[in-house]
Design a protein around this ligand. Structure first.
Ligand SMILES: *Cc1c(COP(=O)(O)O)cnc(C)c1O
Length: 416
């Protein structure tokens, strides 16, 4: 008896193992930043030398921000580019601003024209040639009840604290705000936005984003956090920043201990590819996690960059190792100049299907389409409910087994 039970379990285990064999095979060629540290180091040396920076400066976020590469002359000194690429970057640069921190550039392998880091940081002619999209499909400009605020939900809102970023991501959803001029949101506006929150007691969750709010100085951030913490009805504060990926030098011991004074504080970031997980970004995340700040990842699903089942799964599993919980996968928005990155919705659903059951529930984020005109985040799932009747529902499991399940009517507890 025991033996037959054990035998059945063993047969089942064998079947389960077969279900991930294909993934384990493809995982071998998906590299993280840890797998290519030597290459990154070589590129870092060259960039440092050309820009005349020391190791100490490299590790200083002010230096990283001040030395963002933003013109083709500098770029060609640092990497080999083909004539055509240079012409294209110059042409796109006249319409859409670009800039890359030296650190993030050091992650990019330019021998691959379509490498995941290069595609996120360096303009492609497609920004001008692929039609479609608008600049503000979310109608953020119509959902701003106070300066620097976007409010789309009953109980929470976002504050845009800066328009500056270490890297102007080529897929940016707010490229309309990334003008030629860098500016932090001025204090008068921030004060007005904080007043709006103070005057609206139903706001219990405030998200500080941008741009990248961590391009501001510690004192500025602390001023915002302490003002928000003085408002009783603000229960949680969230920071949205890509600095752990694009400029991990920003996550200093001083910043982290300051942030830890304003708990409960959450931080959401945006890793889009396993290559972005490097010793530096891992260290930044670990420092934040050690300070008790729960970390979430908001990946953007990007054609040509990460829109593959095995890449997303590898990314999410690697993120758990550095204590970042996958939170959202965003379907790329219909933003003018970024349409070449947009995938089909089918692709996103296929990825979700590939994750459930096949990896830890912790590695499964929610796939979200942002409804146009600021109507909000809408979760998209594969169909697991096949039909729904008054007494039974029919569901489909992760392995495609169809089962009937009782749709029970509740007994009245108070009768007992
Ligand atoms: C995304 C977003 C939020 C936060 O949404 P959650 O689902 O709570 O993470 C809040 N306000 C605006 C305007 C947003 O775009």
């Amino acid at each position: 008896m025991i033996d037959t039970k054990r035998q059945r379990a063993l047969a089942r285990a064998q079947k389960l193992r077969e279900r991930i064999e294909e993934y384990l095979e493809s995982r071998k060629i998906i590299h993280t930043g840890f797998d290519v540290v030597e290459d990154i180091e070589v590129r870092k040396r060259r960039i440092m030398e050309e820009l005349g920076g020391t190791e100490e400066q490299w590790n200083d976020w002010h230096w990283q921000l001040a030395n963002r590469i933003r013109d083709v002359d500098t770029l060609t000194r640092l990497i080999e580019l083909e004539e055509q690429d240079l012409a294209d970057i110059t042409r796109v640069g006249k319409h859409h601003r670009w800039a890359v921190s030296p650190y993030y550039l050091s992650l990019a392998d330019f021998s691959d024209r379509f490498g995941p880091i290069k595609l996120q940081a360096i303009p492609l002619i497609a920004e001008l040639t692929v039609p479609g999209g608008t600049l503000d499909p979310m109608a953020e400009e119509y959902t701003s009840p106070a300066p620097a605020i976007t409010r789309r939900y009953p109980d929470r809102l976002i504050i845009l604290a800066s328009n500056i970023c270490p890297v102007y991501c080529r897929h940016c959803q707010r490229r309309r705000l990334i003008g030629q001029r860098d500016h932090h949101t001025d204090w008068r506006q921030i004060e007005e936005s904080i007043k709006y929150i103070r005057d609206n007691p139903e706001i219990r969750d405030v998200l500080i984003t941008g741009g990248d709010p961590l391009t501001r100085e510690d004192e500025d951030i602390e001023r915002m956090l302490s003002a928000l913490r003085k408002i009783d009805h603000v229960e949680i504060i969230r920071i949205g920043t890509r600095t752990p990926i694009t400029m991990p030098q920003r996550i200093t011991p001083e910043l982290v201990s300051m942030l830890a004074k304003y708990h409960p504080l959450y931080l959401n970031t945006q890793f889009n590819h396993p290559r972005e997980i490097t010793p530096d970004s891992a260290k930044a995340c670990n420092m934040l996690a050690d300070a008790g700040i729960p970390l979430g990842n908001q990946m953007v699903l990007l054609n040509g960059i990460n829109a593959r089942c095995s890449v997303v799964k590898a990314l999410n599993q690697e993120l758990l190792k550095i204590r970042v919980r996958p939170y959202y996968i965003f379907h790329a928005k219909e933003i003018k100049g970024t349409i070449h990155f947009v995938t089909s919705v089918d692709k996103g659903i296929e990825i979700m299907e590939f994750l459930r059951g096949y990896t830890s529930g912790l590695a499964i984020p929610c796939y979200i389409i942002n409804a146009p005109n600021g109507l909000g985040k809408t979760p998209i799932l594969p169909q697991y409910v096949l039909s729904r009747g008054p007494d039974f529902i029919t569901i489909r499991t992760w392995e495609n087994k169809v089962v009937r399940y009782p749709n029970r009517r509740e007994v009245d507890i108070r009768q007992f």
